[in-house]
Design a binder for this molecule. Structure first.
Ligand code: M6R
Length: 600
C-alpha cells in the first residue's frame, strides 16, 4: 500500500509528481504530500485526503526541478496531516517518502533516537531521523543512508531528498515495489510504471537491498556494500490510454465492459498457429511433476482459485488445495512429496502471498505465478509466470482480473490434461469464444442490472448470496464485490448450509440472491430459495438459459457448464456497481481499502 513518486530533471516537478500520484491513488488514498527542493529550500505540502485536495493546496508559485511525493494507506498512525508523508529529519535537512512497514521501528527509536522529538506516529519518521543520525556519524550522506538500511527490518521503498544537494535523489527498496524511469535529462522513481508513463516508458528494475543514486543525467545502482550493479533497461508495454477512464464515469464500469475483449485477448495469446494451446514447456513439465497443487491467493484471486481447483481436478485429475495466503503462512498444512505452488495475484505484489512464496522457496518447492503484472514481485520471484493479459486494472474492486484468472486456469487445466494424454471433449479456446459473446450480451443490459440493484439493495443493511457447487464459489465473489464497494454487509453461503444456522438472520425483506447454473443443483438451490422466501426474504434468482423458470429475476446465456462462473459473475459485478452508485459510495476508491495490499 502507499505509492511513492520522485523526479529530478529540468522541468518543474510539481505537476509531474501530482499527476504521478493521481495514477498511484489506487494504492492508498487517505492522505498525501509532496516535497519540492529548490536550491537549498524544501517546500513540503501535506493533506489529509486525496490528491485533488493536495493539488489545491500546493502553492502554484513554487517551482522546483527536484521533488518526491506520496499517497498513503495508513499503517502506523491515523490518516492526518501530521502522519502524511513526506517526513523530515529533526534539522530539516532530509525529507523522505516511504512505502512499506518498518517492523523494528520502535526498537530503532529506543536504541538510536531516544532523545529525538517526533512529530508523527509513523514508522517512516524513525527512518528519516535514523538517516540523519548515521549521516552525522559517518560524515557522508550515502554512507549514512546505507548504514541506516542495514539496521532497518521490514519492507520499504524509499526516496530521500538532501536539501544540501539538489543534484541527487537517494532511493532504496526492500520487498516493496519500486522502479526507476529513464529519460533524457531527467529520471523518475515510482511504485508503479503507470505513474510515470507520461514521462517515459523506459524503466530499470531495482532489486531488494539495493540503493540507487538518481541524478538528472543518469542512475547508479549499488548494493549495500557499495559495489556497483549494471542492469539493462526495458520498455514497459503499457499503453498510457489504458490507465485513463475515457468516457466512463468509473474505472470499475470500464473494466467490467472490457471483459469480453480480455477473454478474446487471452484466447489469442494462449493459442498457437494450429489452434492448440500455447504454453511454456517448462510450465507444462512442472505441472506434470506435481502430485498436488497448492493455490495461494487473497480476496478475489482466492475466489478465482476456488474455480480453478474445479478445472484442475475435474479435467486434469490433479488434486488441488486452495489456501488464503494470510492463513497459510501461519498454519502450513502437511505438504505432498512433489507440490507445485500456484500464486494467483492481479497485482503480483500482495504481501500475504509473497510471504508464502518466500517460505516455500526456502523449502525448495517450485512456484508458478498467475498475474496481471509480469515483472511484479511475485512474478520475478516465482520459477514461472502465466500472464493474464487483462491490461491495467485500476478500480479497487477486481473484475476483469478475476475473469482473466479463471480463463487462464481453465487453459492451464486443459493443457495439463492433454499433456497427460487424457482425451477431452472440452476445447477451452472455442468455449471461451462463446463466453466472450455471452459476456457482451450481459454488459449490454446495464439498465436491467441497475433496476435490479435498486430493487434489492437501495436501502438494505445486509444481503445474502447463495449457490451450490461452482456457483457457491461465485456467490462468495459476489458478496465480496457488494460489501467492498457498497458497504452492505453481505455473505456468500453454500445453499444447503443456511439451515444450519445462518437462516436465523433472514427477516422480512432481507435480500437473498441465488445463482443457478448447474443442472445437478438446479432443484436443490431453488429449494433453498423457497426456504428463505417462506421466512420473508426478498429473493432474486439468476439462472442459466436452459435451467430457467418463468419467475427467475435474470437469465444469463448458456455456456459450457465448467465455464459458467465467467458469465454468472458479470451480473454480480454490475449489481454491486449499481448498488454502490445508488448509495453514493466512491465506487473506484472504497473506504479503508487499497488496490495493492503490500502489508501483511
Ligand atoms: O493483487 P491481488 O490479486 O493479489 O489482490 C488480492 C486481493 O487484495 C484483491 O483481490 C481484493 O480482494 C480486491 N479488492 C477484491 O475486489
Amino acid at each position: 500500500m502507499c505509492g511513492i513518486v520522485g523526479y529530478i530533471g529540468v522541468d518543474d516537478s510539481k505537476d509531474i509528481l501530482l499527476t504521478g500520484l493521481e495514477k498511484l491513488e489506487y494504492r492508498g488514498y487517505d492522505s498525501a504530500g509532496i516535497a519540492l527542493l529548490d536550491e537549498n529550500e524544501v517546500y513540503v505540502t501535506k493533506v489529509k485526503g486525496r490528491i485533488a485536495a493536495l493539488r489545491e493546496k500546493v502553492d502554484a508559485n513554487t517551482a522546483a526541478t527536484v521533488g518526491i511525493g506520496h499517497t498513503r494507506w495508513a499503517t502506523h498512525g491515523e490518516p492526518s496531516e501530521d502522519n502524511a508523508h513526506p517526513h523530515q529529519s529533526g534539522s530539516g535537512r532530509f525529507t523522505l517518502v516511504h512505502n512499506g512497514v518498518i517492523e523494528n521501528y520502535s526498537e530503532v527509536r529506543d536504541q538510536f533516537l531516544a532523545d529525538v522529538p517526533f512529530k508523527s506516529e509513523t514508522d517512516t519518521e524513525v527512518v528519516v531521523q535514523l538517516i540523519e543520525y548515521f549521516v552525522a556519524q559517518e560524515g557522508d550522506v550515502l554512507a549514512g543512508f546505507r548504514e541506516a538500511l542495514t539496521v532497518l527490518k521490514g519492507s520499504y521503498a524509499l526516496a530521500l531528498i538532501d536539501n544540501q544537494n539538489s543534484d541527487q535523489l537517494y532511493v532504496a527498496k526492500n520487498k516493496s515495489p519500486l522502479l526507476i524511469g529513464l529519460g533524457e535529462g531527467f529520471n523518475v522513481v515510482a511504485s508503479d510504471a503507470m505513474a510515470t508513463l507520461k514521462e517515459t516508458n523506459r524503466y530499470v528494475e531495482i532489486e531488494d537491498k539495493e540503493v540507487v543514486l538518481v541524478r538528472r543525467e543518469g542512475v547508479e545502482i549499488q548494493k549495500l556494500d557499495g559495489s556497483v550493479v549494471e542492469r539493462d533497461a526495458y520498455v514497459a508495454e503499457i499503453d498510457a490510454a489504458d490507465t485513463e477512464k475515457g468516457t466512463y464515469p468509473h474505472f470499475m464500469l470500464k473494466e467490467i465492459d472490457e471483459q469480453p475483449v480480455v477473454i478474446r485477448k487471452i484466447i489469442q495469446e494462449y493459442q498457437d498457429n494450429e489452434g492448440d494451446i500455447k504454453l511454456d514447456n517448462d510450465i507444462r513439465q512442472a505441472m506434470q511433476r506435481a502430485d498436488r497443487i497448492y493455490i495461494i491467493a487473497a480476496g478475489t484471486s482466492y475466489h478465482a482459485g476456488l474455480v480453478g481447483k474445479q478445472f484442475l481436478e475435474k479435467l486434469a485429475n490433479i488434486p488441488v488445495e486452495v489456501h488464503i495466503a494470510s492463513e497459510f503462512s501461519y498454519n502450513m498444512p502437511l505438504l505432498s512429496e512433489n507440490p507445485l505452488f500456484v500464486f494467483i495475484s492481479q497485482s503480483g505484489e500482495t504481501a500475504d502471498s509473497r510471504s508464502v512464496l518466500v517460505q516455500i522457496k526456502a523449502l525448495g518447492h517450485p512456484a508458478l505465478t498467475i498475474t496481471n503484472v509480469p515483472g511484479s514481485t511475485l512474478s520475478r520471484e516465482a520459477d514461472y509466470t502465466l500472464p493474464l493479459h487483462a491490461g491495467p486494472e485500476i478500480a479497487v474492486a477486481s473484475t476483469k482480473a478475476y475473469t482473466a484468472q479463471v480463463a487462464v486456469l481453465a487453459i492451464l487445466a486443459v493443457d495439463s490434461a492433454k499433456a497427460k494424454g487424457m482425451d477431452l471433449s472440452f476445447h477451452p479456446l472455442q468455449e471461451l469464444g462463446i463466453v466472450a459473446s455471452a459476456m457482451e450480451a450481459l454488459t449490454d443490459q446495464k439498465e436491467e442490472f441497475e433496476r435490479i440493484a435498486k430493487e434489492f439493495f437501495a436501502t438494505t443493511r445486509n444481503a445474502f448470496y447463495i449457490g451450490r457447487g461452482v456457483d457457491y464459489y461465485v456467490v462468495q465473489e459476489a458478496a465480496l464485490k457488494l460489501k467492498e464497494i457498497s458497504y452492505i454487509q453481505a455473505e456468500g453461503f453454500a445453499g444447503g448450509e443456511l439451515k444450519h444456522g445462518t437462516i436465523a438472520l433472514i427477516e422480512e425483506g432481507t435480500p437473498v440472491i441465488a445463482i443457478s447454473t448447474q443442472e445437478n443443483i438446479n432443484l436443490s438451490i431453488r429449494g433453498n430459495i423457497q426456504e428463505v422466501a417462506a421466512r420473508g426474504a426478498n429473493t432474486c434468482i439468476v439462472s442459466m438459459k436452459g435451467l430457467e423458470k418463468d419467475s427467475d429475476t435474470f437469465v444469463v446465456p448458456a455456456v459450457h457448464e465448467l465455464l459458467t462462473p465467467l458469465v454468472s459473475v458479470i451480473p454480480m459485478q454490475l449489481l454491486a456497481y449499481y448498488a454502490a452508485l445508488h448509495r453514493d459510495c466512491d465506487v473506484d476508491k472504497p473506504r479503508n481499502l487499497a488496490k495493492s495490499v503490500t502489508v501483511e
